[in-house]
Design a protein around this ligand. Sequence first.
Ligand SMILES: Cc1ncc(COP(=O)(O)O)c(C=O)c1O
Length: 474
Amino acid sequence: MDPASDGVIDDILSVRGGRLFVEEIAADELARRFGTPIYVMSETGLRRRIRRYVEAFQVRWPEGPVHILPSIKANFSLALRHVLTQEGVGCDTFGLAELHAALESRVPPELISVNGSSKDRALMVRALQAGARITLDSPREVDLVRDVARELRLRARVRFRVRPAYENLEQLSDFHEEEVSVREAAQAYKPGIPTESLLPLGPDALSAPELEVTGVMAHLGRHSADLEVWRGMARSMGRLIGELHEAWSGWEPHEIDLGGGFASPRDPTARATHRGALRTGESRAPTVEEYAQVMTDGLRSALTEARVSSKGKVFEVEPGRGLYADAGIHVATVRNIKSQTQPVRRTWVETDTSEMFLLDTLIERNRWTPLVAEMVSASPTQTADLVGISCGFDVIVPEARLPPVNVGNHIALLDTGAYQDATAANFNAMPRPATILVHGSEAEVIKRAETIEDVFRRDVVPGRLQAPAREREK
Ligand SMILES: Cc1ncc(COP(=O)(O)O)c(C=O)c1O
């Protein structure tokens, strides 16, 4: 969009009279009504995005059903998950609490994948009782789930989380500032059953009366937005399926789940270096349709080469950031503007939010797009660090190009709908922000802001420490 004019930024954000709108409500109006900082999510945006994922993959995988399993870790607000449940899609969960969130939000259990590192008995029991599929991560988990299934007299529906070799993925991972290939970076990531352990355990697991082995799952993650990485990822999965097919007397998975890791359209991930500079290079993220094309093509071709039929196979993906990120913004208020000319020139626009509520500023070196909500159309006149209220460096956007912003203006940070609320931290004992759901011209709180009392609710001060100092001396 030309920032000098009113118009459409994307399908949920627009500029009207120079003001930023989320669907039919001005962002500064939301800030006044609900206070700041706040996360704002668009219900219409989320519904449109999930429908686009379903359609994009369905038309490109005519061989069988497509299940989109949004990764709830990206945003575990229950109201948002209810929206997705109404849209009829499943869910990727990690651990007991996310499984709880999915079940609370009425996700059909047969469409839930229960992931988790070193799963414990409690998680297995809950998953089996609910009828959810368990995605097994180690030989230990194979033994444990059999044990639990026997005990509960239930048949467990399980898939193997696998570790494809990603042989040809020599492109560089965006998660590393040094030159590390996606192939190498993926091997450093712990999930999945090493192939050398998986091959010998297959025959026993496949014939176990307690288990129904439905398929395989892998998740590469957002190392790269290069489509050839995604084609290669799907091909590696197809090759590994071929290896299992050979080793296990012609076994074929019913479900093939290729995980998540798809960039959101403006793709803020890893765009800043550790020193805050903007990374150059390709900034256009692939479309959902492009991802769907290369992944279905890649999987189909590798399966054909391995003489495994793709007919009837269920194709699954687990988008997180690609689904939620650009359905949300974060809104803060400018509290102060501070400048110095000596010994170096510097301007700080101080807001009432924090990198602690936008943690991918630090974790994934995201570069956010800041808009001054009241003057989106104004030309930038200054370079300033957009900073937060914690005692850390708290540089949310270094060297942001901003219009003549004033105290009391509101800053909208785009593409913050995935992982920012989910990872927000209480550093400096700061209560975490509320989430507001916008639907047309309506807006409501779907997660209230924490209070100071909430922050200290888990603390326990033993009685002996509560006596005043004078009494202790007696
Ligand atoms: C198993 C699994 N699936 C899906 C996702 C979603 O990833 P993304 O948000 O990059 O799409 C993750 C994220 O870590 C994951 O671990």
